[in-house]
Design a protein around this ligand. Sequence first.
Ligand code: GCO
Ligand code: MG
Length: 402
Amino acid sequence: MRIVDARVIVTCPGRNFVTLKVVTDEGVTGVGDATLNGRELAVASYLRDHVVPLLIGRDPARIEDTWQYLYQGSYWRRGPVTMSAIAAVDTALWDIKGKVAGLPVYQLLGGRSREGVTVYGHANGETVDEVLTEVARFVDLGYRAVRVQCGVPGLPRTYGVSTDKMFYEPADAALPTETTWSTEAYLAHVPTVFARVRDEFGPTLRLLHDVHHRLTPIEAARLGKSLEPYALTWMEDPVPADLPEGFRLIRRHTTTPIAVGEVFTSIFDAAQLIREQLIDYVRATVVHAGGLTHLRRIFDLAALHHVRSGSHGATDLSPVCMAAALQLDLAIPNFGLQEYMRHTAPTDEVFPHGYHFDGGYLHPAETPGLGVDIDEEAAARHPYAPAYLPVNRLTDGTVHPW
Ligand code: GCO
Ligand code: MG
């Protein structure tokens, strides 16, 4: 079998997605997600101009060899653009391998290690009362884990709080919107939110919170400590993870578990955090971390050090990424949690898929391959529209992590 074509499909059914579709001479096809929110066209060009010509004529069964060829062969390693492009090829080749074998990809990865993939949803509101209503909605839907984000009094807009609750999308404008941040207001407010959520929902519902890289290590340590009575499953991205040793300071002060890694693209971003046991969950995912082949490597390293998976699953990762992530989530021994933000109906129409939610779990499709596809005619009805993530500033105007 040989690869005869590879198409890069950019579509915007409400938000932008980049998808690679690999076609073989025997008519078997595979898909891979290549979406990099706010920088989509860079990956589309990398694929079209520098990767697709190298795929034509290759044997699609040689997944590892192709990965190494694209990674080592580019000379310029790592980075989100390169790794998302490699991820798309890798994912598509796993899809093809599954279809050829007549098996869902999780069977090729060692088979099922659990009955379903436990997911968490996003409860958010401007006020604590609104948050409580939203948490109740997720509990009613069957979720066993809920991320809680609340507006901060005095700040006009806060990360993670949206009007369209289920389909939160922060890349909301053709040029970046600007938001305002106050660490003082935030640190004072968050513990009061979790006190009320625990009070209302009892001790066993798994609760999570995303700090979105906005604190310094000592501030994060203080937040972790103040949240200890509410027993969070994790505090996410407490600081920018560029400096792994910064996490030692957080660790020294708090037992609140830490999840990091949605912006990681390589095992080398995570290695020190994992080896020193500075984190509890690694949030890398298929599309930005080099596909199933490389993500499996990250999770295997994590397993040696009591670190579990907690893959990113925001709406800017397409259903193709989610379908692939679920295959790996089901197979690995050290699965922790999977983020699950629902896609809109127009997105689901462009990406028909067989995974489904039931009783707090997502279940991958049982069909051969990944169990997801792209409807190219539907995709063509939604042309690319520029959209950027916001830029954040402190109240005095200083640029601050968003
Ligand atoms: C999450 C993430 C997202 C990111 C988004 C950026 O935990 O789901 O923080 O909400 O902000 O993926 O494109
Ligand atoms: Mg996050």
